[in-house]
Design a protein around this ligand. Sequence first.
Ligand SMILES: C[S@@+](CC[C@H](N)C(=O)[O-])C[C@H]1O[C@@H](n2cnc3c(N)ncnc32)[C@H](O)[C@@H]1O
Length: 252
Amino acid sequence: MGPMSLLRRLPPILRALLAQALGFAVLVGLARLGLRFSPFLWVLLQAVLAVFISRSLDLDPRWVFMQAALPFLVRALWGAPIPGWVYLGLFLGLALVFGGGLLNRVPLYHASEDAWAKLESLVPELPGTRFVDLGCGLGGPVAHLAKARPDGVFMGVEASPLTWLVAWLRCLPLPNAHIRLGSLWSTDLATFDVAYAFLSPVPMPALWAKALREMQPGTRFISHSFEVPGETPARVIPVKGREGSRLLVWDL
Ligand SMILES: C[S@@+](CC[C@H](N)C(=O)[O-])C[C@H]1O[C@@H](n2cnc3c(N)ncnc32)[C@H](O)[C@@H]1O
């Protein structure tokens, strides 16, 4: 596999940063050669290079548009009377809320209360049943299930620190709910009777392989809305929410 194919496999955010960095490196090279342009032309050149490199790295049109706009945005804000800590604060805030799902391309959005209720009907009515929400967001499903089923044990794992904190505080009064800060990829699924995830299409093949590897026969895997390519679920349960919201259920 050539270096370009390897680079194209990087998450889009890293490809976008790489495209801007390579574009900027070319500008630095041109400046060192003694070329002098107007500020507008430098910005335009950065935008053109970023677009060109982004397209070579297979970024989709929305990313390419943002790549073109970014140098102009930076130029417009350059010298604006905004203190540096505002940018740092915004960056940290976004990283603490969305950072956990960035590389998997999983944003933060929530299952509806209707989905919580339907999930409840999918948790076997056996005392001590263990359930895990992989990427538990603000902890809505875990808190609901822990209240509805005091005989079960409900775990959430969340990679974004601020999101984790909200879920942890929400579940603090519930003795049978536990929220862990960490990656779903380092969570051993072997001890769970039901594993549930509401992520994005990107991690589904790897998550399915993990579930098959680690979960015991007779346990249940549930995906909110996102299919596992090539794997037909045993049941599909429509739920309220965005168009096409549903629970896909596999009995392993
Ligand atoms: C779409 S939200 C789902 C929230 C909740 N499970 C629900 O059904 O309402 C997905 C969450 O997964 C988290 N996430 C993404 N990748 C993760 C990972 N590798 N490990 C743990 N959490 C992750 C994101 O930070 C986000 O909060």
